[in-house]
Design a protein around this ligand. Structure first.
Ligand SMILES: Cc1cc2nc3c(=O)[nH]c(=O)nc-3n(C[C@H](O)[C@H](O)[C@H](O)COP(=O)(O)O)c2cc1C
Length: 327
């Protein structure tokens, strides 16, 4: 069980309990006390087993685009229970959702102390890459290895994307970001390159209100911008129409671009194309010509709330190797 801790006293209590149990790694009183003090003001996650704190992790902003894994510890009795990985996954998701591009972590480089060799292997197994060793950063006996991880690879962005249905921060989305998102959409593949998907970016307050007023029950009520996805149902070849595949590829590209730029969204299609045909009324308000239909709306904005991660079936349930059902 991983919990995000906000209470400062609780943070100090947990970090003290864990770090004092890990003196092999945190033996210098002064620096251990500094970690404990600083943890109170940092994003902080604790891992629990039967309500007993097993470990914790703190992040610290070291640059506008970079978070540092400031300190992390798991009590020895709880090593190899997967807590380190779970703590890191929670911290990484937080950094990614909050628009950071990199996570860095510092440790004593491999080949100096056995305990730290294990730490190096752990960071590498999480996906950290060696950036540089600074021999004198701490002191000559403790050469500092800096590891870095990009949060902006396509695969990381896919892992970070989840449907967001909460409230949005009330600030406009810059046009350059909306253009980057729309470009991601129109650069998607399309059957026979027919490019059947078109978009209307809505960031005008009055127009946004008109569209939101049509959506009942309401969704994306507080979104500061929206991308309305239009589709032209023409045949790509013979009687084959790939318009649905075309706009699906465009939507997924845009959802990924939205997350990569630090915003959140949700693919609202079912809700607006249902029997009450909200999509047709949106098309009318936007002046969409008759050969195009509104198929989806994507709100765009910064998240004000946490999002819920829906359960997904296990990999083995959905993926086989070489022959259906083979692991
Ligand atoms: C074709 C399609 C239609 C969707 N329509 C809606 C919708 O009308 N309302 C909604 O809240 N979510 C809608 N979604 C989002 C799905 O509910 C969501 O992707 C799914 O629950 C998995 O969650 P995830 O996106 O967080 O992985 C739609 C998704 C797809 C692909």
């Amino acid at each position: 069980m991983i919990r995000f801790i906000e209470d400062k006293d609780e943070k100090r209590k947990i970090s003290r309990e864990v770090l004092e149990a890990l003196k092999e790694w945190f033996e210098v009183d002064e620096s251990r006390e500094q970690y404990i003090r600083e943890s109170a003001d940092q994003p902080f996650w604790a891992a629990y087993e039967n309500d007993v704190p097993a470990g914790f992790l703190c992040l610290k902003e070291t640059g506008k685009e970079t978070m540092e894994l400031a300190v992390m510890g798991v009590k020895k009795d709880f090593h190899r229970h997967g807590f380190g990985r779970k703590l890191f996954a929670a911290a990484k998701a937080y950094a990614s959702v909050n628009g950071y591009d990199f996570i860095q972590v510092k440790t004593v480089r491999s080949g100096v102390y056995e305990d730290y060799d294990i730490t190096n292997e752990f960071y590498k197994s999480l996906g950290f890459k060696e950036l540089e060793v600074f021999e004198e950063y701490w002191d000559a006996a403790n050469p500092c290895q800096i590891y870095v991880m990009s949060l902006k690879s396509a695969i990381e962005t896919m892992k970070a994307r989840h449907s967001y249905r909460g409230a949005f921060v009330q600030e406009p989305v810059p046009r350059e970001d909306l253009i980057a998102i729309a470009n991601a959409g129109i650069n998607a593949p399309s059957g026979c390159n027919k490019q059947t998907t078109e978009l209307v970016i809505v960031d005008d307050k009055e127009m946004l209100e008109k569209i939101k007023a049509l959506i009942d029950p309401p969704v994306a009520k507080t979104a500061p911008a929206m991308i309305v996805v239009l589709s032209k149902r023409i045949n790509a070849y013979r009687d084959k129409c790939f318009a649905t595949q075309d706009y699906s590829a465009a939507i997924e590209n845009m959802l990924l671009a939205i997350v990569e730029l630090g915003y959140q969204s949700c693919w609202y299609e079912g809700h607006i194309t249902d029997d009450d045909r909200i999509c047709d009324r949106i098309a009318e308000v936007l002046g969409v010509p008759g050969d195009l239909g509104v198929v989806c709306i994507l709100p765009v904005g910064k998240a004000l709330e946490d999002f819920k991660v829906p359960p997904k079936k296990a990999f083995e349930e959905r993926v086989s190797f070489n022959r259906f059902g083979e692991k």
